[in-house]
Design a binder for this molecule. Structure first.
Ligand code: DOR
Ligand code: ZN
Length: 350
């Protein structure tokens, strides 16, 4: 029986580290990863090069609180209706990618883009510069059922962007449907991130037998068949599907209110969850590709030379992490997490 696995250091190609009082505690939870694409949906959002630089410095201060930690934040710019090609030129020095939130699609997306057609000159400038576009792929048209918003986005919004700016490198973030997997497989210059939570829960884990707010995220988890398509893509051989946790911490106060926030806090246990899943599928040998090398290749980054070792043992305790703003509950995948990263700063004290 395999009980240790050494792989190149993984990266997280979609991460929310937040800001302010919870930034330090949240950042510590991601230090198993060598790099991460950092989401810019702060309040206020990170919309220009100066804000990106300042946010990056705050993240590096948080990283430095853990002795010996090495972690590279790959910064992103939040696109708005006011973003111009000149904003892209200035941000290109400090950003790996820019993020498109359709306005009102998800948490802190009120300043997102209302008129995506009008963004074409910005997207063209990104294509010229080789800057990746990360997309939250859901329509915000509330006449569309929440379970259909990703599938409708593919045809109504993503296909037109693709044909208007064919040279643009796009990552469709946190895919949640079989339809999105099929779309990405057919499209050139495209990739998709897949989260740990979308790989292990479906809507029954959210809603059947009682509502579980900690399993509520956007895009909302879908049917079992959708989850199976995501698992097939993650554990399969297509290089365009790679790991992005979308680890999105909210304090319990925000998750458990009468209008609970969307987001699963997965980063500290993500590698353990993935190892469990890949092992069950008989695909542990593909975990390194999914978590450590495919994303780097798409983004044009060298894979890490250093490694992590996952070891199997007693289940990890899922106690909430303490922050000055109150506790944040860790995502519980519904099975004991027996794999952990050896010497993980993310799991210190657990
Ligand atoms: O579940 C989510 N939480 N999905 C998102 O798109 C945003 C994120 C957040 O920032 O909380
Ligand atoms: Zn996200």
């Amino acid at each position: 029986m395999t009980d240790t696995l050494t792989i190149r250091r993984p990266d997280d190609y979609h991460l929310h580290l937040r800001d302010g009082a919870i930034l330090a505690a949240v950042t510590k939870g991601s230090l198993d990863f060598g790099r991460a694409i950092i989401m810019p949906n702060l309040v206020p959002p990170v919309v220009d090069a100066a804000m990106v630089r300042a946010y990056r410095a705050r993240i590096m201060d948080a990283v430095s609180l853990t002795p010996g930690a090495s972690f590279e934040p790959l910064m992103t710019l939040y696109l708005t209706d006011d973003t111009t090609p000149a904003t892209i030129d200035a941000a290109a020095e400090v950003c790996t990618a820019a993020k498109l939130y359709p306005a009102h699609a998800t948490t802190n997306s009120a300043s997102g883009v209302n008129d995506i057609d009008a963004l074409t000159p910005v997207l063209e400038r990104m294509a010229e510069r080789g800057m990746v576009l990360c997309i939250h792929g859901e329509v915000t048209d509330h006449s569309v059922d929440i379970f259909d918003r990703e599938a409708v986005f593919l045809e109504r919004v993503l296909a037109p962007i693709r044909s208007r700016v064919p040279g643009l490198k796009i990552v469709l973030e946190h895919v949640s449907t079989r339809a999105a997997v099929a779309f990405v497989k057919e499209a050139p210059n495209m990739a998709a991130t897949i989260t740990a939570h979308h790989l292990v829960i479906d809507r029954n884990d959210l809603l059947a037998g009682g509502i579980r707010p900690h399993n509520y995220c956007l895009p909302i988890v879908k049917r079992r068949e959708d989850r199976e398509a995501l698992v097939a893509a993650a554990t399969g051989d297509d290089d365009r599907f790679f790991f992005g946790s979308d680890s999105a911490p909210h304090t319990d106060m925000k998750k458990l209110g009468c209008c609970g926030a969307a987001g699963c806090f997965t980063a500290p246990v993500a590698m353990g969850i993935l190892a469990h899943l890949f092992e069950n599928k008989g695909r542990l040998g593909t975990l390194e590709a999914f978590a450590s090398t495919r994303g780097a290749a798409f983004y044009g980054l060298a894979p890490h030379d250093d490694t992590i070792t996952l070891v199997k043992g007693d289940p990890v305790a899922l106690e909430p992490i303490a922050t000055p703003d109150g506790p944040i509950t860790l995502f519980n995948p519904g099975f004991p997490i027996t794999w952990r990263v050896e010497n993980s700063p993310a799991l210190d004290g657990r």
